[in-house]
Every structure is written in C-alpha cells, then in structure tokens.
Write a protein that binds this ligand. Structure first.
Ligand code: FEO
Length: 393
C-alpha cells in the first residue's frame, strides 16, 4: 500500500476499516469507518499527523516506508483510534517527538504509557516550522474529549481537524464527492459524540472563522475540498434552532403502547407536526441520536415491566440524557398492567434535558376512547408549543 497524494507536500497514510460495524461496542457503523493519518513534508522536516487504531499500525508503517523518518508526530487527540499506534511509531522512529496539548500529553502517558520524554506540549496558536511548511496548533477542547486540538497548515489553507467534521464512512474517496451521503454520516457522528458539547463546538466554529480554510482533512471519513458544506452543517446542528419534529422512541410488549404511538403519530401528523418513530426493540441508536440533533420534542413510549419502565426505554432515556440535545419539550406515554413508576423513573433519568415536561399519558391495559382523547390532547399541546416557538404555522 502506498501513500495517496493530497498535495505536493501532503499525503494520506491512514487505514480504511471496511468491516467495522460497532463503535464503542454500542453505536452501529453501517458504512464502516476509517482512521485517517497524514504526512506533511516540509523542506527541512516531516510531520505525521495522527496515527491509526493499533490493529492498523502495519498499514500505517507500510505507507510510511520510504517517506523517511518523521521528526514530529502530531497527536490532535489521545483516543486510541488515532493515538493507538503512537507507541509503536515512537519505537520505529527513535528520533521522533510527539506534539500535542498538555492535557493530551497527560492522557497519552497515563492511558497509552507513552514515554513523557518523547512528548512536547504545544500551546494554542503556537507554530512549528517544517522549513517551507508550518504547523499551527489550534486548541479546540471538548470535541468530546477535553484535550482535543486541530492543526493548521497555513501555506495550503489546510486544517487537520481530527474527529471534528469527521464521518464514519469507509470509502476510497479522499474527499467528499457525494455530499448527501457524507452529510448523513457526518450528522450521525456529530450526534453520537459531539452533540453534548454543542455550545462549545459553536464557539470552535467562530474561532475557526479566523482561518482561511481551503481544505479540511478529518480523522474519519472523507475530507472536504468545499469546507463550507460541512461548516454550514455544523453551524445548523450547533445552533439553538429546533425543527417541527417529535422524536418518538417506544417499545411495546402487548401492542397497547404501539397503538398509543400510532394514535399519537396520526394526531401529530394531522396537526402538521413531523414524527420520527423508533421501535426500541430493533433500533439503530445512531439514527435515534441523529433525530435528536434538532427535534423540538421527545416523547418516550414504554410499557411497565415489574412496575418500572421497560429496560429498552431506560436505555433510550439514558442515552438522550447523555447526548444533551437541544430538545425543548418532552412527554411519556405507555401502558401498564397492575401498576407502574415509569414516569418518575424516566423523569429521573433525563435531568440533563432542559425541557418543559408535557402531561404524560400512562394508561391501564389496552387504550380506550378516553385514553385516545388524552393522546389527542398531548398532540395538541405539542402543536401549540411548536406554534408558539415559531416552527409550526
Ligand atoms: Fe475518533 Fe474521539 O476518536
């Protein structure tokens, strides 16, 4: 395998993981992923930008063979899918020094047992010369970890952004060609790990506006020759704007909660409110996370299991709470047999959500006419909130 040319001085030396189907043993990766690494060759020195997940170290080193010894290994992020091969790279290239934020150094030393003598912290805005090319370090903390940064190559207007702007997409494309496909994959990735930090990431976008960006090279998925495409998407996702949509994850054991979900879906649709439904018994959590990025309302449907909510509903509530979407309104619907504490339990699980809780609709057994009327009232309450928020005419 040979490096792939991005410019006269920049090459791709990463690895495509075509067959990976889960990230963090949780989130589906329908299209695989990649661990992107790059080489920047200046007239005097050479830098490797990020590495790869450790099982792919061989592919990285095969591409680096013949490229000469890197003087610097830039670690934009300490997570193992990018830093996992740093230890092996330092053994292979005894003259190389790792450049990263001070916080990243601590993580590399503590978690990956990297020799601290081989790691040099860099400050926000500091520069390292490679001769006729320069690396400028841009601190962008909390692109889901606290130590993250990006690296800017001013002579080419290229930003190595690591996870930021990335997408889990295994492809031979070095750059986004099918922007619609990349948009979906990038939104999925943003939703899964960056959404909880969206106010900070909005600030990062403002910081990056100071830089002339001609090219963005991420650490997952294809890069961007038209950076405005992904910058616009991120501006939208991180904004305070919400859409006229209800996300309705539900689980049903004896069809009662499903019938309630059906009735509520129809009632919302009649009132002009869009619904994104997810049966939690067979859900793609990545799609659920994506739907939460900009929906105004979340309604969780659960039957009672041993007096509490169904474990699938507990998982969905926990995930929504962890992802901290900008959702404004929420409610709970469901059916129970002989008793329940579903509402209290779910409400206790979503304390991170800054939502107005609309009256829940918990019913005994199969829905009767007056139960369906309560669901109509919930649909009307949602529609009126959406109208007041200016997202429903
Ligand atoms: Fe792709 Fe946060 O690692």
């Amino acid at each position: 395998m040979k490096p792939r040319t991005i410019s006269d001085r920049v090459s791709y030396v990463g690895a495509v993981d075509w067959d990976r189907r889960l990230f963090d043993a949780l989130i589906p990766l329908p299209d695989g992923t990649s661990y992107n690494a790059y080489v920047v060759r200046g007239s005097e020195k050479t830098a490797l930008i990020d590495t790869v997940d450790w099982p792919f170290a061989g592919a990285l080193f095969e591409q680096l063979a013949g490229a000469g010894q890197p003087d610097f290994i830039v670690a934009n992020h300490a997570e193992q899918d990018h830093a996992g091969a740093i230890g092996a790279a330092l053994e292979r290239f005894p003259g190389a020094v790792v450049l990263c934020t001070a916080k990243c150094k601590g993580l590399l030393v503590d978690e990956l047992h990297i020799d601290p003598e081989r790691v040099r912290p860099v400050e926000d805005g500091s520069k390292v010369s490679l001769g006729d090319r320069t690396l400028e370090f841009v601190s962008l903390p909390w692109v889901h970890w606290p130590e993250t940064m990006a690296t800017y190559l001013p002579e080419e207007g290229t930003l190595f952004s690591c996870d930021l702007f990335g997408s889990h997409l295994a492809t031979t494309d070095l750059f986004a060609t099918d922007e619609r496909r990349v948009y979906e994959a990038a939104k999925r990735y943003y939703a899964e790990i960056m959404m909880p930090f969206h106010p900070l990431i909005r600030g990062h976008l403002e910081k990056l506006a100071r830089y002339e960006l001609k090219t963005i090279l991420t650490s997952h998925g294809p890069g961007y020759r038209r950076p405005e495409f992904i910058l616009d998407a991120y501006r939208d996702w991180t904004s305070d704007k919400v859409k006229n949509t209800v996300v309705l994850p539900f689980v049903s054991m004896h069809e009662s909660t499903r019938r309630m979900a059906d009735h509520l879906t129809a009632g919302l649709a009649e009132r002009g409110v869009a619904v994104e439904r997810f049966d939690l018994a067979c859900v793609d959590l990545g799609k659920l996370a994506m739907a939460l990025v900009d929906a105004a309302t979340l309604v969780l449907g659960t039957p009672a299991v041993l007096a509490g909510p169904h474990p699938h509903a507990v998982g969905a509530a926990y995930l929504a709470n962890a992802l901290r979407p900008k959702t404004r309104f929420a409610s709970i619907i469901g059916s129970y047999g002989w008793g329940h504490k579903a509402v209290e339990t779910i409400a206790g699980l979503v304390k991170n959500l800054k939502v107005e809780l609309l009256p829940p609709v918990m019913i005994k057994g199969a829905p009767r006419a007056d139960d369906l009327k309560k669901l109509d009232e919930l649909a009307e309450a949602v529609a009126s909130r959406h109208r007041a928020a200016g997202i429903l005419a």
